[in-house]
Design a protein around this ligand. Structure first.
Ligand code: ACK
Length: 241
């Protein structure tokens, strides 16, 4: 055990997910697949099986565990446990039955399930998570990857922030940090000058508010060619600040 987070045996996770079977797949994330796990025939959890991949993936896994052991808030997804099995790393989270805000807004149902009242509630939930990270944590924690796919909804549509793989404290990250985050959500002063503060999360939160309001994804109108030239331009910026 690390804090209140359990180290879970691989064979238990295998059994709970039908051997990581296709029918248990909840979705595909940036860094791996997420599976529905059923323990003792009733208790549900979500297991993220990370792709094996280099130093960055390793660092993000450790960062995620380190933060989520320390951070507990009703609007932040709880980490229940983790498992290291040879090269494979797994994270076990509380089950968020209604998936991500991204799939609710932009998936097949196109946000139809989300009333204005619910959208307002989701915005407030995320604001509470950010207030906690920025005001109640000392030093303040910057999430660095606020976006609709990192906002998960439980069975009652309570919103919780997930994915702390890129989170940092302010002050520690001013030297030689690689640019992190997601295009369309990255604050301009961070993208152009490497100036990272808690306000970078507030900018990204603003983009999420727009998504909630108009139901469109950032950069949605860009063609693949335009998107590619944006990516090429970003890569060409000197991001060793
Ligand atoms: O939008 P979704 O249905 O919700 O698809 C994505 C996918 O896994 C990759 O991130 C889903 N997901 C992630 N974490 C959880 C969780 N704790 N509970 C339920 N679904 C999750 C997410």
């Amino acid at each position: 055990k690390k804090g209140s987070v359990a180290v879970i045996e691989y064979r238990l996770l295998e059994a709970a997910t039908n051997g990581f079977g296709e029918s248990n797949v909840l979705g595909e994330g940036g860094r791996g697949r997420v599976y529905k796990a059923r323990f003792d025939d009733k208790f549900l959890a979500a297991v993220k099986k990370l792709d094996n991949g280099g130093v960055d993936a390793e660092r993000e896994f450790e960062n995620e565990v380190d933060w989520l052991v320390k951070i507990r808030h009703q609007n932040i997804v709880s980490l229940l446990g983790y498992c290291i099995h040879d090269e494979t790393k797994l994270l076990v989270y509380e089950m968020m039955q209604n998936g991500s805000l991204e799939s609710q807004l932009h998936g097949p149902s196109q946000g139809s399930a989300l009333t204005w009242h619910l959208r307002m509630k989701i915005a407030i939930d995320v604001a509470r998570a950010l207030e906690y990270l920025h005001e109640n944590c000392n030093p303040p924690v910057v999430h660095r990857d606020i976006k609709s796919s990192n906002i998960l909804l439980d069975s009652n549509f309570n919103a919780k922030l997930s994915d702390f793989g890129l989170a940092v404290t302010t002050g520690s990250q001013n030297k030689n940090v690689k640019l992190s985050g997601t295009l369309g959500y990255v604050a301009p002063e961070y993208l152009l000058e490497g100036k990272l503060t808690d306000k970078s999360d507030v900018y990204a939160f603003g983009v999420v508010l727009l998504e909630l309001l108009i139901g469109k994804k950032p950069l949605e109108k860009m063609s693949p060619t335009q998107h590619q030239s944006l990516v090429t331009w970003v890569i060409s910026l000197d991001h060793t600040f």
